[in-house]
Design a protein around this ligand. Structure first.
Ligand code: SF4
Length: 138
């Protein structure tokens, strides 16, 4: 798997684009020791910039305004780029799906490799998603 291959050389860095309340769950996930139990390369959940990241986590509600920031972060990332949609809002607009001010999912803006469901998802679900990505199952 491309992500695992790269990670064996450099580690796997996550960058969170926190757009709404799911970002709080990302912070909890990032602080957990559970990353130490993920097989394979070391996972670093706190990339400072998108350009240093292997995995872009979009947590929260994408809007026509914030979509530009999502696109910019994606374009700044190094290859190969992996995108995780974290939570119902990122996947589809969530509870705000029919609002004129909400984009119906981050996949309208950038390609998504993995969807983590929930409103909000549990922090453990992000660890599991990255585990699956590294194993080539997601
Ligand atoms: S999915 Fe739920 S918890 Fe997450 S950003 Fe949307 S409303 Fe907030």
């Amino acid at each position: 798997m491309v992500l695992a291959d790269r990670g064996h050389r450099y580690g796997v860095w996550l960058f969170d684009l926190g757009l709404a309340c799911c970002a709080v769950e990302f912070v909890v996930a990032a602080a957990t020791d559970a990353w130490d139990e993920v097989d394979g390369p070391a996972v670093q959940p706190w990339a400072e910039r998108a350009r240093d990241a292997d995995v872009l986590v979009v947590s929260g509600t994408v809007t026509p305004v914030t979509a530009a920031a999502v696109r910019r972060a994606y374009e700044q990332m190094r290859e190969p780029r992996v995108v995780v949609s974290f939570g119902a809002c990122a996947a589809s607009g969530g509870p705000y799906w029919d609002s004129y001010a909400v984009t119906a999912g981050v996949d309208q803006v950038v390609p998504v490799d993995c969807y983590v469901p929930g409103c909000p998802p549990r922090p453990e679900a992000l660890v599991e998603a990255v585990r699956e990505l590294l194993a080539g199952r997601a």
